[in-house]
Design a protein around this ligand. Structure first.
Ligand code: NAP
Length: 250
């Protein structure tokens, strides 16, 4: 079988970087997509140094032309992608009365519009090849979280988007699933600690105490789940939301 090609958005760092590295070690060629191609260099070299196949793609997932250009580049350099992990994300937390329209639009734009644009751009290859795997990054915040009206709406939207793709694309051999991470140690949670004025170590300890398995999550915990969902053997798992949060959160 020809090497399958995946594209992972927001893969310069954090969860996306761990997912990209894991999929490459599973034997996939990987398009490492982030806002700035130069910022993808560490992820790409970690993959190629380990003998894998990867290319850096600079694109804003919320911009239609930018996404189309990145997918065209990926097809030319590694082949047609049939696996997509919509992971790019931003936070603009604020209580509703202080939330600006820009805070709302930018969060919905990156998470939801971004996932829509990238998935729409690659679905034709999946349909052609009668194989596809779509993984969308949701969050436990989809269940509601103080100060995150924009983010919670986007992450709940990711779940509805996922289930709809599962219905529409199943007959083409395409599965769509969402991962809803809990607290994962990345720059994103570090920024939240800073925002609430807590040292990151203390913030992690406080969160771990609330989690049934009594630890915070690592990007590799999410990468492991993504690896399963995109695997050939997971073809009968579709339209699901897997909470990877050290306990039940749904
Ligand atoms: P992160 O460390 O902040 O990484 C997010 C990446 O997305 C960054 O490299 C960022 O690029 C990129 N990105 C932002 N806007 C983009 C755009 N318009 N186009 C392309 N790339 C863009 O965050 P993370 O913690 O790894 O989170 C990854 C995903 O998991 C997000 O969807 C997040 O909402 C979700 N999640 C995280 C947690 C957690 O606890 N960490 C929990 C639940 C869900 P720049 O660096 O250039 O901004």
């Amino acid at each position: 079988m020809a090497e399958r090609v995946a594209v992972v958005s927001g893969a310069a760092r954090g969860i996306g970087a761990a997912v990209a590295k894991r999929l490459a070690s599973d034997g996939l060629a990987v398009g490492v997509l982030d806002l700035d191609a130069a910022s993808c260099a560490d992820t790409v070299s970690a993959i190629t140094d380990a003998g894998g196949n990867a290319v850096a793609l600079g694109a804003d997932v919320a911009n239609e032309e930018s996404v189309a250009a990145a997918v065209t580049q990926l097809e030319a350099e590694l082949g047609a992608p049939t696996i997509v992990v919509n992971n790019a994300g931003i936070l603009r937390d604020n209580l509703l009365f202080k939330m600006s329209v820009e805070d709302w639009d930018s969060v919905l734009g990156v998470h939801l519009r971004g996932a829509f644009l990238l998935t729409r751009a690659v679905q034709k290859y999946m349909v052609e090849q009668k194989f596809g795997r779509i993984v969308n990054m949701s969050s436990t915040s989809a269940l509601g979280n103080r100060g995150q009206a924009n983010y919670a709406a986007a992450k709940a939207g990711m779940q509805g988007f996922t289930k709809t793709l599962a219905f529409e694309l199943g007959k083409f051999g395409v599965t769509a699933n969402a991962i809803a991470p809990g607290f994962i140690v990345t720059d994103m949670t570090a920024a939240t600690a800073e925002r609430v004025g807590m040292p990151f170590d203390d913030f992690q300890k406080a969160n771990a105490a609330q989690i049934p398995v009594q630890r915070v999550g690592r990007p590799e915990d999410i990468a492991h789940t993504a690896s399963f969902l995109v695997s050939e053997g997971a073809g009968f798992v579709s339209g699901q939301v897997i909470y990877v949060a050290g306990g039940p959160r749904d």
